[in-house]
Design a protein around this ligand. Structure first.
Ligand code: GLU
Ligand code: MG
Length: 437
């Protein structure tokens, strides 16, 4: 008997996990109308598999509707069946978007951006990950030998990305132990997060097919560097023209882009629980790990929460098209949909409030006194997930952007995740996250 192809209809949930149910390939058309049944309490399954407190209990029914533009079919031509999956939106049975559907929440945020400013978002996520038992000798950071060790994985990944409609950009041996990085070309709107979600699956599957195990955990070892997710973003006007750059603007930023960034930085301490949502995320977000520890804007500074990226006058791409800013206080424990939704809402808020374009820091911010930080309008990011959750839960504005139902359920989810780790040592906690992501 020949095996019959299945397509996995998936959601990227509060745990940043991809979960779903599969259906026969020949039902693809029908499933776009009928969807596939989904259970509200699933959103409370933490990355460790325990179910956090759920207001839904055993009640309720939802439908996951596949979005055909996210359909992926990967044939590695290695004798194994093609890997097929599709992301989708979770809706109520009457078709209303579900309050806890991360993809719908992102669409809501992008709609607000469009409504308030007439603009759209353009961007791409850059991902770092490591291979468990990768076997890279010490001293392999950025080396040709470190690259060669996983060249085959990199080349398979490239092909998988291309076949999934992602634009491969770079693949390299990163600084950390057995750490690699992959970047891709930028796209518009919800596809930015779709491509991030797809990319993570492609890395897992491709590693598996080459006999390896990949992990995106935010921090494998407190003595080393973390795995970051860097979100490269820019704004486009209604005609699709880039509007982030202004040669006469402060730091080269146009007024709307500067205000958008100011909004992200103003609200960062209240949304970081959505962009860097694991317990170990907060060890990564400390000084001198090239992540971010403060709500600062940096000019080409890799320790800034938002960095203005360099442009090249020599490139075949125009400066305005290249010009983008990079949000660095994110990691892959976050659903890319949710992390991006939070950034967009904070950015639009900054535009609505007509905030001033921030000054870019040029020094090691961790050396500034409390007084100096205050003068510069800078705050330390929360030091723990508990602290970040408190700031998130106390911020009425965040539940205004999303909904009180969302804010309440999310806080309960993360509280359950923290409870699971009680009594564990730091090393055990790192191991648990390495396994989970
Ligand atoms: N690994 C760093 C992080 O946790 C980023 C290093 C880089 O600049 O690429 O974000
Ligand atoms: Mg990197």
């Amino acid at each position: 008997m020949k095996s019959e192809p299945l397509i996995l209809a998936c959601t990227s949930d509060f745990a940043g996990k991809v979960r779903g149910k599969a259906f026969p390939q020949d039902q693809f058309e029908k499933r776009q109308k009928r969807g596939i049944g989904w259970t509200p309490t699933n959103v409370q399954i933490t990355c460790f598999g325990a179910i956090a407190e759920s207001p839904y209990g055993a009640l309720g029914d939802l439908v996951l509707i596949p979005a055909p533009e996210t359909r992926v079919s990967l044939d590695y031509q290695d004798g194994l069946p093609a890997e097929q999956f599709v992301f989708g939106d979770i809706v109520h049975t009457d078709g209303r978007p579900w309050e806890c559907c991360t993809r719908s929440l992102l669409k809501g945020a992008l709609d607000r951006l469009k409504r308030v400013t007439g603009m759209t978002l353009h961007g791409a996520f850059e991902h770092e990950f490591h291979l468990k038992d990768g076997g890279c000798p010490v001293g392999s950071a950025y080396t040709a030998s470190g690259f060669r060790l996983q060249r085959s994985l990199g080349e398979k990944l490239l092909a998988a990305m291309r076949s999934a409609g992602l634009k491969p950009d770079t693949f390299m041996k990163e600084y950390g132990a057995d750490q690699y990085e992959v970047t891709m070309g930028s796209v518009d709107g919800v596809a930015i997060a779709d491509h991030a979600a797809i990319l993570r699956e492609l890395v897992y599957v491709t590693a598996e097919r080459t006999g390896k195990q990949a992990s995106f955990t935010p921090l494998r070892d407190p003595a080393g560097v973390g795995n970051g997710v860097h979100m490269h973003l820019s704004l486009r006007d209604g005609a699709g023209e880039p509007v982030t750059y202004d040669p006469n603007g402060k730091h080269g930023l146009s007024e709307p882009a500067g205000r958008f960034i100011a909004g992200i930085l103003k609200y960062l301490d209240r949304i970081v629980a959505l962009t860097a949502p694991s317990v170990v995320s907060y060890t990564r977000l400390t000084p001198h790990r090239w992540s971010a520890a403060f709500n600062n804007l940096g000019m080409r500074d890799r320790e800034a929460a938002v960095r203005i990226c360099p442009v090249s006058e020599m490139s075949d791409i125009g400066v305005a098209d290249q010009f983008n800013f990079e949000f660095r206080a994110a990691d892959a424990a976050a659903s890319p949909y949710l992390a991006l939704a939070a950034i967009v809402h904070a950015g639009v808020q900054g535009i609505e409030e007509a905030l001033n374009i921030p000054d870019a820091t040029e020094e090691d911010v961790s050396l500034l006194s409390a007084e100096e930080l205050k003068q510069k309008n800078l705050v330390h990011l929360p030091a723990t997930l508990e602290e970040a959750l408190r700031a998130f839960s106390e911020a009425d504005i965040v539940s205004d952007w999303f909904s009180t139902e969302f804010a309440d359920v999310y806080a309960k989810h993360k509280t359950g995740e923290i409870a699971f780790l009680e009594g564990k040592t730091e090393a055990e906690i790192c191991d648990a996250y390495e396994t989970a992501y």
